[in-house]
Design a protein around this ligand. Structure first.
Ligand SMILES: [Zn+2]
Ligand SMILES: [Zn+2]
Length: 347
């Protein structure tokens, strides 16, 4: 237990390409407009693994990195006039947008070119405590911090993708890839419109069992999934891909109705392969859109849904790791043992 007043040292995970360690470091000063936060739980995801493997850093960021961008925390200190007082349990929107550029001013803060990311540009939540701008905090009342920590990335990203999908009322949606984000896409689309129909295209047996257990029809295996989805549920209004599999966009096109929309959400530096012709896209008026990250208003929306019980989060956390053993969390992520969903670190 870290008593912040008598012991100002905080444990903090540091990552450089190929190495991860847990250091003891000094506390950060808290600037005006920022809150000091005691970390309650911090999710670990593929981004942290990319950092460990050595990724090209965005402008303004450099190794070593103090990771952790999926954070639930308790406010320790804030300005006297802050909206959220000390003692409040919060989650952090992981982006600090500049607030001045065109995307920021038009509600697309997640497209801000000079925004800073928690756990990349700024020290993150794989730590006993951290500081973050008070206007980027969202209160989560008495939500379990282990589950609340998933809202800023896996859940808000899924919510943003469902918005990008623009499914008509009672529409049909196929989701390719039902891991941490895809599972939430399924649950959020059902919570927002119980009359919608969502089909999941899954890979492993364990994922198939988990998703079937949530009551969603499944197609297992991507090869031939286009035809299998149509036979199971007819043509889709929208397909959302979070698998990033090379064949996913082409199979998705086979699932879509004319005028349907394909939402691409996985992040990978591969060329997109589409097994169709220019004419095939044009005459069917297929829409292909990207969906990236989330905004503060997306995060507020999923927090509301979770707090009201409209969006269940059970079953999403498969591994809980102590902060001292945080390197193990990255190992688990690397090995992807069967049944892994999300890995959460708890100080
Ligand atoms: Zn993440
Ligand atoms: Zn901006």
């Amino acid at each position: 237990m870290n008593d912040a007043k008598s012991d100002p040292r905080v444990r903090r995970v540091a990552i450089s390409p190929g190495s991860v360690s847990v250091l003891e470091t000094a506390r950060h000063d808290r600037p005006a407009g920022w809150s000091r936060l005691q970390v309650l739980a911090c999710g670990v995801c593929g981004t942290d693994l990319h950092l460990l493997h050595g990724m090209k850093m965005p402008a303004g960021a450099a190794y070593p990195v103090y990771p952790g961008h999926e954070v639930a925390a308790r406010i320790l200190e804030a300005d006297p006039d802050a909206d959220l007082p000390p003692g409040t349990t919060v989650i952090l929107h992981p982006l600090l947008p500049c607030g001045a550029c065109d995307p920021c001013k038009t509600g697309r803060e997640h497209q801000c070119a000079s925004g800073e990311m928690l756990g990349i540009h700024r020290p993150g939540g794989l730590s006993d405590e951290l500081i973050w701008r008070s206007d980027r905090l969202v209160a989560v009342d008495d939500l379990d911090p282990l589950l609340a920590a998933l809202l800023p990335d896996a859940v808000a990203t899924a919510y943003h993708a469902v918005k990008r999908a623009a499914l008509p009322p009672g529409g049909k949606l196929a989701v390719i890839g039902a891991g941490g984000v895809g599972t939430n896409v399924l649950r959020i689309s059902r919570a927002l419109d119980p009359s919608s129909q969502a089909v999941a295209v899954v890979h492993s047996d364990s994922t198939a069992r988990r998703i079937a257990g949530l009551g969603f029809p499944i197609v297992q295996g991507l090869a031939g999934a286009g035809r299998a989805v149509r036979e199971l549920a007819g043509s889709m209004d929208t397909v959302i891909d979070f698998s990033g599999a090379a064949a996913a966009p082409s199979e998705a096109l086979r699932m879509l109705r004319r005028g349907g929309r394909l939402v691409l959400g996985a992040i990978l530096d591969e060329k997109v392969a589409l097994a169709t012709t220019y004419t095939g896209l044009v005459t069917r008026e297929i829409e292909i859109v990207g969906s990236y990250a989330s905004t503060l208003s997306d995060l507020r929306a999923v927090a509301e849904m979770a707090m009201s019980g409209k969006l269940p989060l059970d079953g999403l956390v498969s591994h809980v790791i102590d902060l001292d053993n945080a390197p193990d969390a990255l190992d688990i992520l690397e090995q992807r043992p069967p049944g892994m969903v999300r890995v959460v670190v708890k100080p």
